[in-house]
Structure formats: C-alpha cells, structure tokens
Design a protein. Structure first.
Length: 176
C-alpha cells in the first residue's frame, strides 16, 4: 500500500523560527521510516504553515521574496522538497505570489477566495485569476501553477498541495 504524503503542519511567528521547521523535517523523516518498516511506500513528506501573511507582515514585497528565498535554502539544506507557506487573503499579498513562484522552486502557496461564512471574495478571485495567468506565462509550460491554487471553503490540515495550510498546534496528516 502507498502513502501519497505525510504532511506536517506548523505555526510560525517568523521565518527565524528555524527550529520548528527543523523539528517538522525530522518528524517527517522518522514517520517515513516508521511507515516503511511497516511495509508502506511513502511517496513524499511535506510541511505546511499558517498563512504567510502572519509571519511576513509589515515587510516590503522585496523583503518578502528575499525571506522566502532564504526559507527555501533552509528547506533544501534539511532535505525538504515540498514546503507550503499557506495562503494569501488580501489582493495586495495575492499580487506578490507570481514573484514568489518565479524566485523559488519548492515553495507552494495559495489564495483564499472565499468560505461558507463570508461567501466569495470577488476582489481576491479577480486577483487570483491574474496570478494564474501571469504564472502560466512566466513559468516553463505554465508548470508554476502546480505550486499555486485559488481555493474556497477549504479547512486547515488538508495534506494536499498547493491548498495545504495549517492552524494551531503542530499536527500531521496522511493521505493515500
């Protein structure tokens, strides 16, 4: 039997919280080994965070991109191949996503365009459609859109990228 992914969710206060990222990477590796000893094939391990708007607030666009590039370098040094920085929920942060996508290779993110409580946010939906179009034009064969999605009414803890995001205490999810 195959396990498609083990996804660990963590909450970050800043990207300086490297220990939390390292602990999640270590947990994923240990979980993978444990499941493989039980006869399961584990295809990937992943980490998802709370919305990056929380831990990258008050930074300029250039500072955000630089911080995320530094995060990617940390992830690569820890053998992390899939890292989701959560979602953007405002047009001005959704607008930054193509630049994040263009300047990274293992960073995933999404935009929240609505939920059952507040309905569809048409500004976010419009901005997200611009992001999808721009990524399709700026990435080879449009493949950058495998690392971005616009979503509505998705709950935290979903193990599937690029929708995955986290809230609360550290947790993990398994998907087949």
């Amino acid at each position: 039997m195959k396990i498609r992914t083990i996804t660990t969710g963590i909450s970050l206060q800043s990207l300086q919280d490297r220990e939390t990222i390292k602990q999640a990477a270590d947990f994923n590796q240990q979980a993978k080994i444990l499941f493989e000893k039980q006869g399961y094939e584990v295809q990937t391990t992943r980490i998802a965070t709370n919305t990056w708007e929380e831990y990258l607030q008050d930074l300029s666009k250039i500072e955000i991109i630089n911080e995320i590039q530094t995060l990617e370098q940390l992830c690569q040094s820890l053998n992390i191949s899939f890292f989701n920085i959560g979602y953007a929920s405002k047009p001005e942060t959704i607008d930054i996503i193509p630049d994040i996508n263009k300047n990274t290779s293992i960073i995933y993110c999404s935009s929240r365009i609505g939920d059952s409580e507040t309905g569809i946010n048409f500004e976010n939906a419009r901005e997200s459609s611009k992001v999808i179009k721009r990524i399709s034009q700026e990435s080879e064969n449009g493949y950058g859109n495998f690392r971005f999605c616009a979503w509505a009414n998705c709950q935290p803890g979903i193990p599937f990228f690029p929708t995955a995001y986290h809230r609360g205490n550290t947790s993990f999810a398994i998907s087949r």
